[in-house]
Design a protein around this ligand. Structure first.
Ligand code: UT7
Length: 333
């Protein structure tokens, strides 16, 4: 028997933002930096810090926020995919902890590590589970507690990152012109030296030496990453647009990963998209790694700026290197 073809569509969204705000003034007091440098080089004004809880708590809050907007019960969830590079622990997977915290007693799940591209990679993975016909309700949540791996003596990195989580619910549709229509995803491990956390894994297990050498913090060669990110994100966004016969006027919003406003502007320029059609939250939250894209979607949707049928181009670039872009047709009224 020929099975019906299915697309995965987003049917609900949710988010969690910790209360504690770290503004640029805070960083002026702890490292040699200033508001003008941070704003002009990155676009960031504030970011958030999770003070009481871990990545699984933020993910669980975001999913509970999502569930409040639907009639879906936690026990109806089939799969939970947590995109993160700051899991609560090496094992068990953060997805297990989230499953327990939200009472999704019939779900299985796993963590997906693709850094700033984590949400896009997890979205495609979740969509594939839906498209297979085997699963009906898949939660994809991007959650990162970047403050837990930030070195607050390193001005190159500590000003960049913040904590947040945001989730989407994927469900099937027989309308193949709705939901996740196309994705282009890539990895290039030769970029591993430019952006990483060196210790704690099997290569450099935790020791006094790894702690003394600050190897449990984010390391980034900003200039090197900038060069590849700015080209990588712009090219892939343009490519997914052209591959799907979209002109810039057809695109309602570019939804870019929020690492640097200059990278976002370059991507929009390459696509011929004006600033008012680019989702931005970097000024409020900094780089929240796997959470940036779903956070944008959630906030713009709740502000009434998204309507059913809108063509969205999602794009990301991150550690690995990992990068990609997606063509998503918005499916919530
Ligand atoms: O999200 C995953 C992927 N990550 C990215 O996409 C990030 C890509 N990279 C970037 O966004 C940018 O490279 C940064 C925002 C990280 C840095 O901006 P930049 O314009 O590339 O600065 P730079 O690293 O070239 O540094 C320029 C100068 C240096 O001083 P010298 O060597 O010229 O004297 C830095 O030491 O700025 C200095 N600097 C700072 N000055 C004030 C670096 N950080 C700071 C700071 N405040 N916080």
């Amino acid at each position: 028997m020929q099975s019906t073809k299915l697309n995965a569509q987003i049917t609900a969204v949710g988010m969690y933002i910790p209360e504690k705000i770290l503004d640029n003034k805070y960083f002026e007091e702890i490292v040699e930096t200033n508001d003008e440098w941070i704003v002009s080089r990155t676009g960031i004004k504030e970011r958030r810090k999770m003070e009481n809880g871990a990545t699984s708590d933020m993910a669980a809050y975001a999913i509970l926020d999502l569930l409040k907007s639907t009639s879906v019960k936690p026990e109806e969830i089939d799969v939970i995919i947590v995109a993160t590079v700051t899991p609560d622990m090496f094992f068990p997977a953060t997805a297990c902890l989230v499953q327990d915290k939200i009472g999704a007693k019939n779900a299985w799940g796993f963590d997906l590590s693709a850094a700033c591209s984590g949400f896009l990679f997890a979205l495609q993975t979740g969509a594939s589970l839906i498209e297979s016909g085997r699963y009906k309700k898949v939660i994809v949540v991007g959650s990162d507690k970047m403050t837990s791996i930030s070195d607050y003596t390193d001005r190159n990195t500590c000003i960049l990152f913040g904590d947040a989580a945001s989730a989407v619910l994927l469900e099937p549709t027989e309308d193949l012109n709705m939901g996740l229509i196309d994705t282009l995803l890539f990895t290039d491990g030769s970029g591993k030296d430019a952006l990483n956390m060196k210790a704690g894994g099997s290569l450099n297990p935790a020791s006094h030496e790894t702690v003394d050498n600050k190897m449990h913090y984010i390391y980034q060669d900003g200039k090197a990453v900038f060069k590849v990110a700015v080209k990588g994100m712009a090219d892939i966004s343009y490519e997914v647009m052209k591959k799907n016969n979209l002109e810039s006027d057809d695109v309602a919003y570019l939804v870019p990963h929020q690492a640097n406003l200059r990278i976002i502007d370059a991507t929009a320029n390459r696509m011929g998209i004006s600033k008012d059609k680019v989702m931005i939250n970097i000024h409020k939250y900094g780089n929240t790694t796997a959470a940036t894209i779903p956070l944008c979607l959630t906030e713009y949707y709740r502000d009434g700026k998204l309507k059913k049928g809108d063509n969205l181009i999602l794009a990301a670039f991150g550690a690995g290197y990992t990068w990609g872009a997606a063509y998503l047709k918005w499916s919530i009224d």
